[in-house]
Design a protein. Structure first.
Length: 559
């Protein structure tokens, strides 16, 4: 199973390291999510990259939860992350770790930095810290607490750990350079006081390491060789290196790659959490969400997501990938594997007046023209059928070749029919029913006399059909880049009001009585669909549209 492109700049770095014998010729990566939300398609790229590289180089990949912020982290997120990584097809074996596993060791490392004169306890408020930091053009100003004695720093840090001080009263800072051109290196915070219950350590700790401090040290402790992360951490790399250099311990190499940005989508955890909490969506697994659980519920397969990550590759520069690339990944797979069935989403009833009342016959239908081994199935046909409303026009325009008064069309796998009468509601004038005749000689969809029709439409037998709710999903945002907002506007203003359309009275062919959540189907002419894993019930099956069809109806082999 190939998870990454054949060549990319990260692999070139690793190849050079292996030629030099660096890291004892080991390759050891990690996927380090923070358990403060559900994974999304951007994380899938990182998962495929880290686990894929480890697999290709016969190395190891850890799953490590960087759980250093108890205020935002929950066991629910931990469980969902593990489920998503497994579903994508990756196994971390016994290498499941947590930054909280190392809290004692991280505290010892902090003490060591204090003893080396490389860290100090600071009493500045958050507002004062910003004032002292300086700007990109002006150097920062040293904290008045920067030159505390070694003994005082050790005492205060110990008392911070003991819970003696309130949140925000004090924090531990690295002593680097307040004039550094990189603002991150201007005495960054290493530890802060947080009197919150941690999802694993409960109330054992009231001080927690900052992400930058815990991350590099966790990498070192685990023997990681290549710490692969996204470009937003490029400016943090000097701090990553500085901490490890000062402590003189195993030093992994941090390598940054471009994060995934997907059109018509937001991938910020903060924004995704807001969508959930403010009920703009039904939950983290809403099929419109770019979360892995949302994509899974919508009907995407693990293979299609892995192929998508492979196709977009690994780059050094940020760009926006069109969501069509993701949609094509599932289309390409389902075009070959999905069973074709017939379904009518907006039904219009037809009575075939010259077909015997009470009679039902079974017609042969192809399961997948792309794969003959999938064989055929039987579909029932009877006097009353449903077709799509938009497959009929009372006053057809010039390029409309489907059903119209006096016009003959082909019913897929069945007969030629001709519309003879249009029945309307007396009060509203709305069309309620059509009357048609069929040509018995055209059974199977072709005329023995060789006559042709321009239109072929799908249908279902009215008395045999399954009634179902069908949900049509569209992009969650109308704007290509929802994060690029005008002044006075927020990303939320770009929500697509038509991202979900529920059709409560659809009719499906009876073979779908046996539909299961894992199966995907092509509703002929309509798109690819699957059974909803959450809301579907035996008494009321609910189908989600995974993606629309790329091909037009004329490309389907006529039978």
């Amino acid at each position: 199973m190939e998870h990454i492109n054949k060549t990319n700049f990260i692999k070139e770095i690793i190849d050079k390291d292996l030629k030099k014998g660096k890291n004892q010729n080991r390759v050891h990566t990690r996927f380090p999510p923070e358990p403060n939300g559900y994974l999304h398609i951007g994380h899938a790229k990182s998962i495929c990259l880290n686990f894929g590289i480890a697999h290709e180089y016969k190395g190891l990949c850890n799953l490590r939860f960087d759980d250093t912020n108890p205020e935002k982290e929950e066991t629910e997120y931990v469980d969902s992350i593990k489920e998503d990584v497994k579903w994508l097809g990756f196994d971390w074996g016994k290498r499941e770790f947590y930054a909280s596993d190392y809290f004692d060791k991280l505290y010892e490392y902090a003490v060591e930095l204090i003893k080396k004169g490389k860290a100090y306890v600071c009493d500045l408020t958050a507002v004062q810290v910003r004032e002292y930091r300086g700007t990109l053009t002006q150097p920062g100003k040293e904290s008045p607490y920067r030159n505390r004695s070694l003994e005082e720093n050790l005492d205060l840090f110990h008392r911070m750990k003991s819970g003696e001080f309130n949140e925000g009263a004090r924090f531990l800072r690295a002593k680097i350079d307040m004039a550094s051109p990189n603002l991150i290196m201007r005495d960054p915070a290493l530890y802060r006081i947080r009197k919150e219950t941690h999802h694993r350590t409960a109330d054992e700790w009231c001080i927690y390491p900052m992400y930058d401090f815990a991350h590099c040290l966790s990498d070192s402790i685990e023997g990681i060789t290549h710490s692969i992360c996204t470009l937003e951490f490029e400016n943090n790399r000097p701090l990553y290196d500085w901490i490890l250099d000062q402590l003189e311990i195993h030093h992994p190499q941090q390598i940054e790659f471009a994060r995934l940005n997907l059109s018509n989508t937001v991938l910020s955890k903060r924004k995704l959490l807001e969508l959930v909490k403010e009920r703009y969506v039904s939950g983290w697994d809403d099929p419109r969400m770019p979360t892995i659980s949302g994509l899974r519920r919508r009907g995407y397969t693990a293979e299609s997501i892995r192929n998508f990550c492979k196709d977009i590759g690994v780059a050094k520069f940020n760009s926006i990938v069109d969501v069509v690339v993701l949609e094509n990944s599932i289309r390409n797979e389902l075009n070959k594997t999905a069973m074709r069935v017939m379904a009518v989403l907006r039904p219009l009833k037809i009575v075939i007046t010259n077909y015997p009342e009470g009679q039902t016959e079974e017609l042969s239908a192809i399961n997948n023209p792309e794969d003959e081994s999938m064989g055929t199935r039987k579909v029932p046909f009877s006097r009353e059928i449903y077709i799509e409303q938009d497959d009929f026009q009372e006053n057809p325009h010039k390029k409309f070749f489907r059903l119209a008064p006096g016009r003959e069309v082909r019913l897929r796998y069945a007969y030629f029919i001709t519309c003879t009468d249009v029945i309307k509601d007396e009060k509203t004038g709305a069309i309620t029913e059509l009357r048609c005749t069929h040509d018995p000689a055209t059974k199977g969809g072709d005329a023995p006399d060789g006559r042709k029709v321009k239109g072929t439409i799908h249908w279902v037998s009215a008395k045999d059909a399954i009634k179902s709710e069908v949900r049509l999903y569209d992009h969650l945002f109308t704007k290509r880049d929802p994060n690029d907002t005008e002044e006075g506007k927020a990303y939320i203003d770009g929500l697509n009001p038509n991202s979900l359309e529920k059709l409560p009275e659809c009719y499906l062919e009876p073979s779908l009585k046996k539909a299961v959540v894992e199966a995907r189907y092509q509703f002929e002419r309509l798109g690819y669909f699957c059974l909803d894993s959450r809301d579907s019930k035996e008494s009321n099956p609910v189908f989600n549209r995974i993606v629309s069809l790329r091909d037009t109806w004329k490309k389907i082999v006529k039978k």
